[in-house]
Design a binder for this molecule. Structure first.
Ligand SMILES: [Zn+2]
Length: 431
């Protein structure tokens, strides 16, 4: 059975006592993080390496050092804190090994410590969903039962959970495993999806009449709102520095701004949900390129041997790539494809080079980012830059699937389709 995991968030509604207990848990687990971090740093300075299991074994001592947990902390909650710290240290050691000079993982103030997690449903937390997986109740160790609101679009098996606090209050995010066995395989033409900066996404299909493209514009209105909020935030910070505002008023205005930020983020997420649902529901094969954030964003400054050019402009570009949130987009596309019974293929960007390769003749020629057209010297074809990339991805994906089918069934001829019109038997693009 094919399965996919997805994350679903719910708001939880503690009463006054429960809210105080949640705050107490938050404080205790943050203290644990800071104490365990201090132990790690001390050991590192003495040249001793402490492992996560060392720290798990020492949990009892840490607990009594911290003045006890009054029965509020579940073992798994503490273990997840130690695990996250361990991950932070692994990243620290990786950067050291790569010759960088990283700072230690951070001590966390109340604002910086987001929350805690659970490893297994029924161990420290238990969730009961209402019919249709809309809303429900959650019981947390030491806190009791609380109402929660939210909608899981697909029911499934609850694997683990995170509890975190944001500007609006407390939240529970569940990792749910959904099965896809009962779904019929998806139908509809294969599709290539190129995501980028100029357009949010460019979608390519093809049929007997040739390739067709659709450009999905960036949700610029959301960017504009976000920029406006950032401007207001800066103004507020300046006001705070000049001390022309009372602490109370400052706090209120900061909170109001944070709420507006959360609203814009929610609308952006909604945009992603709608777009990915539409793509996943209409195509049996979805081909895109693998996200490597390092490739896209890490190289503006270049290296000592090859210093980057146009650092400032590239940094701006990187910011808009991050804003476009390709990782959230691709994750949603991946799990929605799995749920719809569609196949999801990701090309290795460095090998395929979709933005440099000609979709018609496969010639590779480097194009600067500013070049928005693909005009091929070799075969004379002409596409928009992103259209060419989407079409290259589509044809690569179809060739992969065809090769796999040939390997499974040697009776299929080597070249079932004339070159350049791979998949000419595809039904026309649904409107
Ligand atoms: Zn060409």
């Amino acid at each position: 059975m094919m399965t996919a995991t997805r994350t679903v968030s719910f708001r939880i509604y503690p009463n006054k006592t429960q809210a105080e207990t949640l705050d107490a848990k938050h404080r205790m687990l943050r203290d644990l993080w800071n104490a365990a971090l201090e132990e790690r740093i001390g050991a590192w300075r003495r040249g001793v390496r402490i492992t996560r299991s060392d720290q798990e074994r020492g949990l009892k001592d840490i607990r009594s050092d911290l003045g006890g947990w009054r029965g509020l902390i579940h073992t798994h909650e503490a273990q997840v804190v130690l695990k996250r710290l361990d991950l932070a240290f692994q990243a620290f050691f990786r950067r050291l090994a790569a010759g960088q000079t990283p700072g230690f993982p951070r001590f966390k103030s109340a604002d910086r410590f987001r929350g805690w997690g659970y490893k297994e449903h029924g161990n420290g937390f238990r969730v009961e969903m209402r019919a249709g997986w809309r809303h429900g109740r959650v019981r947390l160790c030491g806190v009791g039962e609380m109402r929660m609101r939210g909608i899981a679009r697909t029911p499934g098996r609850i694997l683990k959970a995170d509890v975190y606090r944001d500007v609006r209050g407390w939240n529970l995010s569940l990792v749910v495993e959904t099965g896809c066995a009962e779904r019929a395989p998806a139908t509809g033409p294969a599709v290539g999806v190129d995501w980028g900066v100029a357009e949010f996404a460019t979608i390519a299909c093809e049929d007997v009449d040739g390739p067709r493209f659709e450009a999905v514009p960036n949700p610029r209105h959301l960017d504009a709102e976000k920029d406006a909020l950032i401007t207001r935030q800066r103004a507020l910070s300046a006001l705070a520095r000049s001390r022309k505002i009372s602490r109370g008023a400052l706090k209120r205005r900061r909170k109001a701004l944070a709420r507006k930020h959360a609203k814009v983020a929610a609308r952006r997420k909604d945009f992603l949900h709608q777009l990915t649902a539409r793509i996943a529901g209409r195509h049996r094969l979805i081909v895109t390129e693998k996200l490597t954030v390092r490739n896209m964003t890490g190289s503006a400054r270049g290296t000592v041997e090859a210093p980057g050019r146009n650092v400032a402009r590239k940094a701006g570009l990187n910011r808009s790539i991050l804003d476009a949130a390709p990782s959230a987009f691709l994750n949603m596309l991946r799990y929605k494809a799995a749920e719809a019974g569609a196949e999801f293929l990701e090309a290795d960007t460095r090998r395929l080079k979709p933005s440099q390769r000609c979709p018609d003749c496969a010639a590779v020629r480097k194009k600067a980012l500013s070049v928005r057209r693909h005009d091929c010297d070799a075969c004379g074809c002409s596409y928009g830059r992103d259209e060419a990339a989407a079409l290259t991805l589509l044809r690569w994906g179809k060739a992969e699937v065809a090769a796999r089918e040939r390997a499974a069934d040697p009776a299929i001829p080597e070249n079932g389709h004339p070159a350049g019109t791979v998949g000419a038997s595809d039904p026309p693009l649904a409107a």
